[in-house]
Design a protein. Structure first.
Length: 243
């Protein structure tokens, strides 16, 4: 099967150096193998999304020289596909009436007097539809990766813990899971992951080349001083695929 990779930012704020490193790694893996590279906006969690952040992210990707294949897929348009996946999971799905802190026994049936608020999947025992009615990241990412024909996921090691559940869901839906690779995170001086929560600065849109170079260096590429286009040409030619 030919290679299809993707970058799947959540539009909860602008891209920072940490997200750039993930994007560069997945892009180099895809382009280095002659594969496709998609962008997906993970805008399922409406309340956490910042209006306009999607456009800002796409403009930053353009400024840093990324070229994606096909249209950007927005998860907010995919509710019907997620509902269909829940239907297909059939008896594996059970309602849960617990709060996060409770030890959940709902897989054996809702306790008397409890109302099912979220939906969980048997075997993995994680939420696939939240109590507020939103489909969970775990379900959406699996359905989208499958529907978009993603063969390879390259992402930060902070998502390592969600990978077994995603593989489980792919299999439960009769799908072949993609290959997953997780890369080291960029951390600040205190050792915290760069993130919107730790107020990582937004990527500068003017003079992107030095920052792109910094991201490439983080990934082990001794990138020369060059303009964005030349950096990419050099990096795609130099990149050794992650084993
Ligand atoms: N949307 C997730 C994030 O921004 C990434 C999901 C993934 O790569 O599977 O953290």
């Amino acid at each position: 099967m030919s290679y299809t990779g993707r970058f799947a930012p959540s539009p909860t704020g602008p891209l920072h150096l940490g997200s750039l490193v993930t994007a560069v790694a997945s892009y180099l893996e895809a382009r280095g193998r002659g594969g496709r590279w998609l962008v997906r906006m993970e805008d399922l969690d409406g309340p956490r999304c910042v209006p306009g952040a999607d456009g800002e992210i796409l403009r930053a990707l353009e400024a840093y020289g990324f070229a994606w294949d096909g249209p950007v897929l927005y998860q907010s348009t995919r509710t019907a596909a997620y509902a269909e996946a829940v239907r297909q999971l059939g008896d594996l799905v059970y309602p849960c009436g617990c709060s996060r802190r409770e030890v959940c026994g709902c897989a054996r049936g809702l306790p008397a007097g409890r109302v099912g608020r979220s939906l969980k999947v048997r075997g993995g025992d994680f939420v696939i539809r939240r109590a507020d009615g939103l489909y969970a990241y775990q379900l959406a990412v699996v359905v989208d990766d499958a529907d978009q024909g993603v063969t390879d996921v390259v992402r930060g090691e902070d998502l390592l813990e969600s990978t077994p559940g995603q593989i489980y869901l792919h299999r439960a839906l009769g799908l072949t899971p993609p290959r997953y690779r997780h890369i080291r995170l960029v951390r600040d001086a205190r050792g915290d992951k760069l993130s919107k929560q730790t107020r990582a600065p937004a990527l500068p849109l003017t003079a992107p080349a030095p920052v792109l170079r910094q991201a490439m260096r983080f990934l082990g590429l001794e990138a020369p001083e060059a303009a964005v286009d030349e950096l990419w040409e050099w990096a795609v030619g130099t990149w050794r695929p992650i084993p």
